[in-house]
Design a protein around this ligand. Structure first.
Ligand SMILES: Nc1ncnc2c1ncn2[C@@H]1O[C@H](COP(=O)(O)OP(=O)(O)OP(=O)(O)O)[C@@H](O)[C@H]1O
Ligand SMILES: [Mg+2]
Length: 364
């Protein structure tokens, strides 16, 4: 009779390649209220292309993140990601849900690059097809069972209970996509290992692609160019700017500055080409769908990798579109200790996935 569930606290748990972020939240006054927050570095090399290679090690890091945030709850929402996670929009004739489930399974076989028996497959009906009321548009999501199992095992070992397992692009939509907006929205979520490209129209996810370039690709390029180890290259990356106009570049070594600038520029250019390619593809699809009423005019960056100095400006110039950095905390409130808001703000846009997962949890 009374929905006590809406006061329940849920943890949005983002098990990233570089950092584990845990955001504990509840619904209060129609808004997401964050009650606790913890973060802990993911041990290096234990997550590869979205798959947890060493569940016990990652489970320990998850426990550390929960402890760091003083999080006592056990119910989590988590997400899978990586190049093996496939999202496709497909049109089907209208049919009962059980038949659709079968049809989706057949159809998925054409898309997944691994045997369909080895795939976890899910789907969501988006709505009527734009050109025919007899057809429906369905979003099919597939991920290798082994990848999903590696996350479930990690959470079990960490002593938490997964309520939902999403895919990362959907979590980004949940935070930023505006259902009332007729406009196209394009997101570039730059993590440590990969970058998710996400396109939505009227709040509906329509396209996603994963690019094998992330914040770590910049660090690795610096390490190669300067012969520094990864940790020193990471330190240097956080000091320099891609635009190279900052007088206080790097460690004051002009030769090293030049090598660093070139290395960063080369990766940024490759990333910009991939983003441009997907924007062109989405615009072409929109022209077919609606005559191009909603072409992409701006891009929102999320993920820790978007903190690289000068990257926003670089992409803006390169794409010829407005580029902003998305703030996942803009619509949330805070309770708990007085430092919570400040601590969270320090992690800024890298919390987008964890916050999106918390939304999923409190909205049920
Ligand atoms: N100030 C900064 N300047 C440059 N890069 C930064 C900065 N802060 C964080 N990063 C980069 O952000 C990346 C980590 O971002 P994030 O926490 O979003 O990744 P992740 O979620 O762990 O990875 P993934 O989503 O790929 O699994 C790292 O590559 C890190 O170097
Ligand atoms: Mg991430």
């Amino acid at each position: 009779m009374f929905s006590l569930g809406r006061f329940r606290r849920i943890i949005g748990l983002d098990i990233g390649t570089c950092f584990i972020k845990a955001v504990e939240a509840r619904k209060a006054g129609g808004k997401l209220e964050i009650t606790n927050f913890g973060v802990f570095p993911t041990p290096q090399g234990v997550i590869s292309n979205g798959r947890v290679m060493d569940p016990p090690k990652v489970a320990n890091a998850v426990k550390e993140a929960l402890n760091a945030g003083g999080i006592k709850g056990r119910e989590v929402c988590a997400a899978v990601s990586g190049g093996e996670v496939i999202v496709r929009h497909v049109f089907f004739p209208r049919m009962p849900r059980e038949e659709l489930a079968q049809a989706v399974k057949w159809e998925a076989g054409a898309y997944v690059p691994y045997p369909v028996e080895e795939a976890s497959i899910d789907f969501d009906v988006i709505g009527a097809a734009h050109d025919s009321p007899d057809k429906i548009e369905v979003m099919i999501v597939a991920a290798p069972k082994g990848l999903v199992a590696s996350h479930v095992e990690t959470m079990e070992l960490a002593g938490v209970r997964p309520l939902f397992l999403d895919i990362q692009p959907i979590t980004i939509c949940r935070v930023f996509c505006d259902e009332k907006s007729k406009d196209a929205q394009f997101f570039v979520d730059i993590g440590g290992g990969t970058t998710d490209l996400v396109y939505s129209e009227q709040g509906v996810l329509r396209f996603t692609r994963i690019v094998n370039i992330g914040g770590n690709t910049f660090t690795e390029a610096i390490a190669r160019a300067t012969k520094l180890d990864f940790a020193r290259a990471e330190e240097l990356k956080r000091k320099v700017s891609l635009l190279g106009t900052d007088g206080a570049q790097g460690d004051g070594d002009i030769h090293q500055d030049m090598e660093t600038g070139e290395a960063l520029g080369e990766v940024a250019q490759r990333l910009a080409v991939e983003v441009r390619r997907s924007i062109d593809y989405c615009n072409a699809q929109a022209r077919v769908r609606n005559g191009g009423h909603s072409l992409i005019e701006s891009v929102v960056l999320t993920g820790g990798g978007s903190s690289l100095n000068g990257l926003r400006e670089y992409l803006e110039a390169s794409l010829g579109l407005e580029v902003t950095v998305g703030d996942p905390l803009v619509n949330v409130t805070f309770s708990g200790n007085s430092h919570l808001a400040e601590d969270l703000a320090g992690y800024g846009t890298s919390l987008a996935v964890a916050v999106g997962l918390a939304y999923r949890g409190v909205d049920g």
